[in-house]
Design a protein. Structure first.
Lengths: 114, 114
């Protein structure tokens, strides 16, 4: 089991560029989510999905799009990057009954927007 | 709304010292409470959890008790090691309708010196 994998590990963008952060899990988890981590603010939920074809917004969704075409994959798209999106991004997954369950996190993608 | 507040860091201790990291929460109903740990350059991993009042979570010598009367979930360890140096996050998750949505505190950096 690879668990939750994320690519790339590091990325530098210029303002206005677009990119997709990849996330995949091999645990057959229904629930997947994206968080961003900023100094002094902990992690904040961007978007989440409770299954293939279903996505919803979290606390800080503006500037990000997601889709969930398969159980395994949950990519995060930045359509027009802004310096405020400089952050470390974590993908996580858990089972659908997972309010009490452990969430499994990927290793993160460190994004810098110039 | 729901929120989690952790003590400010960084916390610097000598090896074998006693550790307390305070965590208090604001939430309606009966959330589940978690401590996650992030080692340098890695993603978050679950350290311990408690799902109802008076539950005690424990793992790797760390403990935390779910105190509903004081809305707290303080993390403790009797004797820290250099290998415990990491960032610690307190988090809460609600039940039905909020599967997998974690609300994090801002994180507390622990540095243990030999």
């Amino acid at each position: 089991n690879a668990g939750v994998t994320q690519t790339p590990k590091f990325q530098v963008l210029k303002t206005g560029q677009s990119m997709t952060l990849q996330c995949a899990q091999d645990m057959n988890h229904e629930y997947m989510s994206w968080y961003r981590q900023d100094p002094g603010m902990g992690l904040r939920l961007i978007h989440y999905s409770v299954g293939a074809g279903i996505t919803d917004q979290g606390e800080v969704p503006n500037g990000y799009n997601v889709s969930r075409s398969t159980t395994e994959d949950f990519p995060l798209r930045l359509l027009s990057a802004a310096p405020s999106q400089t952050s470390v991004y974590f993908c996580a997954s858990t089972t659908i009954s997972g309010a009490h369950n452990e969430q499994f996190f990927g290793p993160g993608t460190r994004l810098t927007v110039l | 709304g729901n929120s989690v507040t952790q003590m400010e860091g960084p916390v610097t201790l000598s090896e074998e010292a006693f550790l307390t990291i305070n965590c208090t929460y604001t939430a309606t109903g009966y959330p589940s409470l978690f401590w996650y740990v992030q080692y340098p350059g890695e993603g978050l991993q679950l350290l311990l959890k408690a799902t109802k009042a008076d539950d005690k979570g424990s793992n790797k010598g760390f403990e935390a008790t779910y105190r509903k009367e004081t809305t707290s979930f303080h993390l403790e360890k009797g004797s820290v090691q250099v290998s415990d140096s990491a960032v610690y996050f307190c988090a809460l998750s609600h039940g039905s309708g909020n599967t997998g949505k974690l609300i994090f505190g801002q994180g507390t950096t622990l540095q243990v010196k030999p």
